[in-house]
Design a protein around this ligand. Structure first.
Ligand code: FAD
Ligand code: MLT
Ligand code: ZN
Length: 455
């Protein structure tokens, strides 16, 4: 690491925005779950695309690796410098340009948080289509880089599906601007789509252009107690056939509900404590509430109990939103956070097989399952796992995922945590093509060199 690199970076961004003292860099070198503790030569905080380009030019010339970072809420260790890399934090790129109320688009800096983007859309009478419990810290650059999903995928799709344009800086400082507020622009490769999910390996995203959506005029939330996992997708299907649009559909379990209630001192939401809960938000015509209540009454074979809340049901959502935080607080070791999908028809069999396998082979691991059930996405969080058991239990769960034709990463990406098992989700040809793209875009492996397959 050339000793002059820190002073050269300070020349570009100002000394106040080059951090080297371990106390000040600590929050940039440990991940949200507490599993990954790294070290950075320096954390550099450029103010705009021009400064990002100059920082990368200097690092590229000096052969110094760079880890792009947004809100550092990633759950797979992809934003942590484990080899003394330079952390390039985009948090100062936090300017929001006015939402386009006619074209329904939002242009903003990569350091803008999801919450601020949601507020800007709401002020324009529109909806920002990505929502996740990390909304106050997760950034627009981060949700692009991880192709984040969240609780609204069922209605609006993932980040890539709503991404219209990006401005990004390549590893040598070249600025790529693919920026057209057009719904249809079919000229060549979809570079924004390629950067989505690239986890900081193809470019540093500095500006983002996202689609916005018109909010539904009538929406209601229901928290429904059900006996089995399979009842959740069955209920979602039934609500759709009753003429309702699904805005969100989240599974929780009795164990997760008890953990969250203890963590947040919340009372039980239903008169009974069912094995599973479906939190579903629906929208539709003026009599949406009537359609919802009627459908739940007709589904008496699936519904053990239910409560309905108007509008966005913030009270009901607090049980779901608090899961990740409650799990982190309750686990005696950094939770093993697995984020899997299976085909909808296989979810129940996967959960039953998983529960039995964990109880017999890893009896000390405490599973809390929850997640975006209508996407087939179950978050398998394992608490109290002995450090030496994290890899074996992860491998075992992923074997079950593969046996159920699923994916080892639904929305969080691969990062460091899932890297040893990428072959379960991607073929050898897939991986060779990804390497070829990467070596074309970043031949010196300057950007996040230890994330995703390289050479
Ligand atoms: P970081 O954590 O800073 O970085 C994540 C990755 O993106 C790293 O590889 C990093 O190098 C890269 N990166 C970051 N910014 C840039 C940039 N500007 N240019 C290029 N690369 C960049 N995720 C979901 O998908 N769905 C959920 O429902 C969800 N819920 C969550 C709930 C909680 C409580 C928490 C803590 C996390 C949750 N996450 C979820 C994970 C996380 O919020 C997302 O992965 C999010 O997209 C990360 O954004 P970030 O700005 O924090 O990125
Ligand atoms: C969520 O949906 O809350 C996160 O993606 C899952 C997790 O924290 O494991
Ligand atoms: Zn999630």
């Amino acid at each position: 690491m050339p000793s002059s690199i820190v002073s050269e970076l300070a020349e570009i961004v100002g000394a106040a925005h080059v951090l080297t003292d371990p106390d000040t860099t600590a929050r940039y070198t440990t991940d949200w779950t507490g599993r990954w503790h790294g070290r950075a030569t320096a954390v550099v905080r450029p103010a705009d695309t021009v400064e990002v380009a100059r920082v990368l030019e200097v690092c590229h010339r000096a052969g110094v690796a760079v880890v792009p970072q947004g809100g550092n809420t990633g759950l797979v260790g992809g934003s942590i410098p484990m080899h003394g890399e330079i952390v390039l934090s985009v948090t100062r790129l936090d300017r929001i340009e006015d939402p386009d109320p006619v074209g329904h688009t939002l242009a903003a800096g990569a350091g803008v948080t999801v919450a601020r983007a949601q507020d800007a859309a709401r002020e324009a009478g529109l909806i920002f289509g990505i929502d996740l419990a990390a909304r106050d810290s997760a950034t627009l650059g981060g949700i692009v880089a991880t192709n984040a999903g969240g609780v609204r995928v069922i209605k609006y799709g993932d980040t890539r599906a709503q991404l219209l344009g990006v401005e990004a800086v390549l590893s040598d400082g070249t600025v790529l601007t693919r920026w057209k507020a057009l719904r249809k622009d079919n000229a060549g490769y979809h570079l924004p789509g390629l950067l989505a999910g690239s986890e900081g390996t193809l470019g540093v995203v500095t500006r983002v252009l996202m689609k916005l959506h018109v909010p539904p005029s009538h929406s209601y939330c229901a928290l429904v107690g059900v006996r089995t996992v399979g009842a959740a997708p069955a209920l979602v299907d039934l609500l759709r056939r009753a003429g309702l649009t699904i805005e969100a559909a989240e599974l929780m379990t009795d164990a997760g509900m008890r953990l969250v209630r203890r963590h947040r001192a919340l009372r039980a939401p239903l008169r009974i404590e069912p094995p599973y809960y479906l939190l579903v938000e629906v929208s539709g015509p003026a009599d949406t509430e009537g359609l919802l209540l009627g459908a739940l009454e007709r589904a008496s074979d699936l519904v053990l109990d239910a409560t309905v809340d108007d509008e966005r049901g913030r009270r009901l959502w607090s049980y779901r939103d608090s899961h990740t935080e409650a799990i982190n607080a309750a686990s005696s070791t950094p939770p093993v956070k697995l984020d899997i999908t299976t085909p909808l028809a296989a979810v129940e069999s996967f959960v039953d097989t998983l529960t039995h396998t964990l109880a017999t082979e890893f009896p000390h691991a405490r599973p809390i399952l929850f997640g975006h059930i209508a996407d087939g996405n179950v978050h398998v969080n394992l608490l109290d796992v002995e450090p030496g058991q994290a890899l074996p239990v992860t491998g075992r769960v992923f074997e079950l995922v593969a046996a159920h034709e699923g994916s080892i990463s639904a929305e969080h990406g691969i990062g460091r945590s899932k890297a040893p098992w990428i072959h379960l989700a991607r073929s050898a040809v897939d991986i060779e093509v990804m390497k070829a793209i990467r070596s074309g875009v970043d031949p010196t492996l300057t950007l996040n060199p230890h994330i995703l397959p390289a050479r």
